[in-house]
Design a protein around this ligand. Structure first.
Ligand SMILES: Cc1cc2nc3c(=O)[nH]c(=O)nc-3n(C[C@H](O)[C@H](O)[C@H](O)COP(=O)(O)OP(=O)(O)OC[C@H]3O[C@@H](n4cnc5c(N)ncnc54)[C@H](O)[C@@H]3O)c2cc1C
Length: 428
């Protein structure tokens, strides 16, 4: 028996990517009407804009999976609609008449470089990771009109996690491709990612030293063994922690051997070097790692490092939405297992916005878990909550918004229309 006319419940999902699409599929299968609000034209989120574009197979697979989950009965896709931008969060929760609201909006805000006034220099010597990878993924598309960045030799990357290694890789691949181009060689970037820099150069009878490049350097505040490149299980024994440290070192060694970037561990940024209105590098303090794995700054060893470009890659956190309570960087949750947001009866979160983990599988699993908890909840809804007037009002509002953004009701037609020319995947 369903409530709300033909539907068991009505659910607004904010964000249509890995987590949002997974929830939409599970909840619509369970008889809910799901309205998926997506701020962009395409619903692929970090997979399209965050995951560097050499992950072609993973992207195709994930695009296909997201498309199938959004193009099904009971799911209403509403593109070009940012909550907090085009529709207020409070308006959505209080006026639209949804039974539940599920946040699946990921983590799109770069954690701020922890040096006073650093953000004054954004795009004047400082770039953040999310904008940089977005540029890398899209700049070759015809008609691209987003931010444009000049790749410079000797760029400094501040980070230490997998995403910062991706940033270092992008820099090295772009630098080498440009150096080869200057020698009249057109090198496919994705083929170079696969083969690595030394092997690619060998194919052109060249070696790194002949290019006259310094390459980029990654600065990390702890030891290489502490880099979050592989997870230790909770309550790991000291032996297991040593093993995890060795795995991390091996992952880094492999990446460095293949892409030839440098790494400087045990340095923490403490100040800005500036020249005119531009950032010209960073001041670092040497650190040591204490017994709890924390980096402690040592005031007696300070080092100024000049760099034409600094890229900060120290993590992504949820973008604040007006009306939505945050706990510092994170969503303020009442119940972590249920993903319920504090101060609301009917607002929940799933995927990266809650897990903070930059991992597709973790995002999807978390979303499936929260969806199963919500299904238990909607199955307990009293049948007396049926309100056909409310439902028709809601479906009318959904259709009006879809029409306003030019979405005519067919997911496939829309997805084909908004795929950039030459995109590596178009739905058929
Ligand atoms: C550089 C980098 C490399 C990575 N490499 C890997 C890897 O190798 N393997 C791996 O498994 N994972 C990797 N990840 C992580 C992976 O991409 C993410 O964990 C995963 O895609 C998150 O899925 P999500 O659905 O939770 O969030 P997202 O993909 O961020 O989706 C959120 C969606 O919500 C939309 N949205 C946001 N705010 C609003 C709003 N206010 N209103 C409406 N819509 C909104 C966004 O447009 C987006 O479509 C990488 C990430 C980065 C940044």
């Amino acid at each position: 028996m369903t409530t709300n006319g033909n539907y068991r419940a009505t659910i607004a999902i904010i964000g249509g990517a890995t987590a949002g699409a997974e929830a939409a599929e599970k909840l619509s299968e369970a008889g809910a009407l799901c309205a998926v609000f997506e701020q962009n034209d395409r619903p692929y989120g970090k997979v399209e804009d965050g995951l560097p574009r050499w992950h072609e197979n993973l992207r195709h697979k994930e695009y296909t999976s997201i498309d199938a989950k959004l193009d099904r009965p009971g799911v209403h896709f509403i593109p070009r609609t940012g909550i907090g931008r085009d529709i207020g969060f409070t308006e959505l929760v209080e006026d639209w008449g949804f039974d539940l609201v599920l946040l699946a909006n990921g983590a799109w805000r770069d954690r701020a470089l922890p040096v006073l006034n650093a953000d004054t220099y954004v795009n004047r010597g400082l770039i953040y990771q999310n904008a940089f990878i977005y540029w890398f993924n899209h700049y070759e598309e015809p008609g691209y009109d987003g931010p444009s960045y000049q790749i410079a030799d000797n760029t400094m990357v501040v980070g230490g996690g997998l995403a910062s290694i991706d940033v270092a890789k992008v820099l090295q691949l772009e630098l080498v491709a440009r150096a080869l181009w200057a020698r009249g060689i057109r090198q496919d970037l994705l083929a170079m990612e696969l083969d690595g820099v030394p092997e690619t150069l060998k194919q052109h009878s060249l070696i790194w030293d002949e290019l006259g490049l310094a390459g980029c350097t990654l600065y990390y505040r702890r030891r290489i063994e502490d880099m979050p490149l592989a997870d230790a299980p909770p309550n790991a024994t000291p032996e297991l922690l040593i093993k995890t440290g060795n795995v991390r070192r091996r992952i880094l060694d492999k990446a460095q051997n293949k892409y030839l970037f440098k790494v400087e561990p045990l340095w923490s940024p403490v100040g800005l070097l500036t020249h005119g209105d531009r950032l010209d590098g960073l001041r670092f303090a040497r650190t040591k790692v204490d017994g709890n794995g924390r980096a402690i700054g040592l005031s007696d060893e300070i080092c100024n490092v000049q760099a034409p470009l600094v890229i900060s890659s120290i993590g992504s956190i949820p973008q604040p939405i007006e009306g939505l309570p945050m706990d510092g960087e994170l969503l303020r949750l009442e119940d972590l297992d249920l993903g319920s947001v504090i101060g609301f009866q009917n607002v929940f979160g799933c995927g990266n916005v809650v897990t903070g983990k930059g991992n597709l599988v973790a995002s999807r699993r978390h979303s499936a878990l929260i969806a199963s908890r919500l299904i238990e909840r909607i199955e307990a809804f009293p049948s007396s909550s049926t309100d056909n007037g409310k439902l028709s009002d809601l479906t009318r509002r959904i259709a009006e918004r879809q029409r306003a953004v030019g979405y005519e009701g067919s997911y496939t037609a829309w997805a084909t229309r908004v795929s950039p020319p030459g995109a590596d995947f178009r739905p058929v």
